[in-house]
Design a protein. Structure first.
Length: 284
């Protein structure tokens, strides 16, 4: 495959360029991307997993701590199977933290996922790597696409691809001054926001269509900007004349001791008596 020189060059920052070839490139290291990459590698495909964070797991990682539950979480006679079951069992064997309803995840879960990805044959892992562009079948580097419109009452972007094929994705490694060109036969977009599909020019929608558009009797009577409904899931969408829903808020709090710690009280008393932290007097 021939990639044109502008696809590899960065006119603003002279980054080191590295090109790697794979059968499958999975973009996004959440649970979906992690399972897809491990499954593909186990089937013999030369696979690359790209994650823009330092840890795997996405929302289930220690950065966010939304634990993977699934349909079997509260069922006495059912459980998750497959790769998810493997890593959950391995994590419990390593981790001694008590499981609560939510928020129990710590760095042991991150390390479990990382170890599986690193030790799986045929799988190459790149963390701290953000996808910044794609390269189409014509060898052109694409960094942005036309925005979506709101003609249907929700966000809609029609297909705008200049080529029917995608040959590579470009990832930038944070703090390393390295740009990776990952050439692949197949690409799996697990970025959460459909970043690769958007750059590739695929059609996408965000919202709920009205019942008249496709003759759906159970659809909303009128189109809605985003399919998720909730009082906290709100983002601003000026294209739709106001707010559209699509983001959540997750809070985690821990128990704290009552009152200030003893060392702070001692420090305050010393300052009140005209002494510094070493007990030496000073004018007030």
């Amino acid at each position: 495959m021939a990639i044109r020189a502008p696809a590899l060059a960065n006119p603003y920052f002279p980054l080191k360029n590295i090109t790697q070839n794979f059968d499958i490139v999975v973009c996004g290291g959440g649970l979906a991307g992690f399972c897809a990459a491990v499954a593909a590698a186990r089937q013999g495909a030369k696979t690359c997993l790209v994650q823009d964070r330092p840890v795997l797991g996405g929302n289930s990682s220690s950065e966010v701590r939304v634990t993977p539950h699934g349909a079997a979480a509260f069922h006495a006679y059912a459980r998750e199977t497959g790769i998810i079951s493997e890593v959950l069992i391995e994590e419990r064997a390593r981790n001694h933290e008590t499981i609560f309803e939510n928020g129990w995840t710590n760095s042991v879960w991150d390390l479990t996922l990382y170890d599986v990805a690193r030790t799986t044959p045929n799988l190459t892992l790149h963390v701290n790597t953000t996808i910044v562009a794609v390269i189409d079948g014509n060898g052109d580097r694409i960094t942005e696409t036309p925005p979506a419109g709101a003609g249907f009452g929700y966000l809609h972007r029609p297909a705008c691809a200049r080529s029917r094929t995608l040959t590579a994705v470009v990832g930038r490694v944070a703090n390393a001054e390295v740009e990776l060109v990952l050439v692949g036969k197949y690409f799996i977009d697990c970025t959460g926001d459909g970043l690769v599909a958007d750059l590739a020019g695929c059609e996408w929608r965000m919202g709920s269509e009205g019942s008249e558009e496709f003759g759906e009797p159970h659809a909303p009577a009128h189109p809605f900007p985003c399919a998720r409904h909730g009082p906290t899931d709100t983002v601003f969408a000026p294209e739709l004349g106001g707010a559209a829903r699509g983001r959540g808020l997750f809070l985690r709090a821990g128990a704290k001791a009552k009152g200030p710690p003893r060392w702070l009280l001692v420090a305050r008393n010393r300052r009140a008596m005209g002494h510094d932290s070493r007990g030496r007097g000073h004018p007030t």
